[in-house]
Ligand binder design. Structure first.
Ligand code: UTP
Length: 295
């Protein structure tokens, strides 16, 4: 297996989506509809899978709650009911065939207990095995500012640096307390940097003291975009946290394991040329519905 070839992507979708309650009592947030650039209504998860596949990823695993397996299988593995299929327009019938083809590249994995984002990633260990993989959040969709999709940009940087990569975007100080932040040293100004620290949800004071990046405005910081390229070493750190029952805010988190991965193997930060749309909060979802279609 060539180490610079990335074939697999993992998308955890097993959370409860509490911030979108009560809608998430009946519909998983990853199944909420969005309207894509072609005007097609599709579940968020499909847009994420398509981003991965169009970047050249061969196989995608989604990590689901056991009770949700059937509904994801229905979307990704089963053809529509014959009565529905017959009524679809020729374009949608073609899209349905394409969906079946897409389904053959998707594996559904289970997270038996909802013990956090880091734990959900760990559930993909046996499937990923010893390969670098793309990790994508289940409640973010992307639009590139260039011809190359956001996921392809990350895969291209991996070919250059051959170490874990964290996709980044610039955020103003007022909202960084909700985000994962990093700091580092530019290798290629405003584009690629060597990460020297990762910090989850910093206060403005902490960020101003420790996370300022050279050349950036005092009020702007580099935050996690929701796309990561990780080496399989991440599973060692996740396993250690799980075995030692080391929880943060009651859950097994990814960010502290990313920091350990950085210390062991080094990590590259890449400022993605594109926009990241959050679908995990009511107003962010509403804005995504409006803006994603317009791009
Ligand atoms: P979030 O932090 O958004 O948590 O998870 P959540 O439960 O989905 O939503 P809120 O915060 O309660 O509103 C980030 C990603 O990790 C997945 C989620 O599905 C989402 O894609 N996740 C989270 C899991 O797969 N398992 C978990 O135990 C937690």
């Amino acid at each position: 297996m060539q180490k610079n070839q990335v074939r697999k992507a993992v998308i955890p979708v097993a959370g409860f989506g509490t911030r979108l309650f009560p809608a998430t009592k009946v519909v998983k947030k990853e199944l909420f509809p969005i309207i894509d650039q072609d005007g097609r209504a599709k579940p968020v998860i499909l847009a994420i899978i398509e981003e991965a596949i169009s970047a050249g990823i061969a196989e995608v695993a989604i990590v689901v709650q056991p009770d949700d397996k059937e509904i994801f299988e229905n979307l990704l593995k089963n053809p529509p009911k014959k009565e529905l299929l017959n009524k679809l327009s020729p374009q949608n019938q073609e899209y349905s065939r394409y969906l079946e083809d897409l389904g053959s590249r998707i594996t559904i994995l289970l997270q038996e207990e909802q013990l956090g984002y880091g734990h959900a990633v760990f559930c993909a260990q046996d499937w990923v095995q010893d390969e670098p993989f793309l990790l994508m959040l289940g409640d973010h969709i992307y639009a590139s500012d260039t011809e190359k999709s956001c996921a392809s940009q990350i895969l291209d940087v991996y070919k250059q640096v051959k170490q874990s990569i964290i996709g980044l975007t610039t955020m103003p100080a007022e909202i960084i307390h909700k985000a994962g932040c990093i700091t580092g040293v530019w290798q290629d100004i405003n584009s690629i940097l060597e990460v020297t620290q990762l910090y989850e949800k910093p206060t403005i004071e902490y960020a101003q003291q420790h996370l300022h990046v050279e050349g950036m405005s005092e009020n702007d910081f580099l935050c996690i975009f929701g796309l990561y390229l990780l080496t399989p070493k991440i599973f060692d750190f996740l396993a250690e946290h799980i075995n030692k029952n080391f929880r943060e805010r009651g859950e097994f988190q990814l960010t502290s394991c990313l920091e350990e991965l950085r210390q062991e193997e080094g990590m590259t930060g890449y400022v993605v040329k594109g926009k990241c749309f959050d679908t995990g909060l009511p107003d962010a979802y509403r804005q995504t519905m409006i803006d994603f279609r317009k791009i």
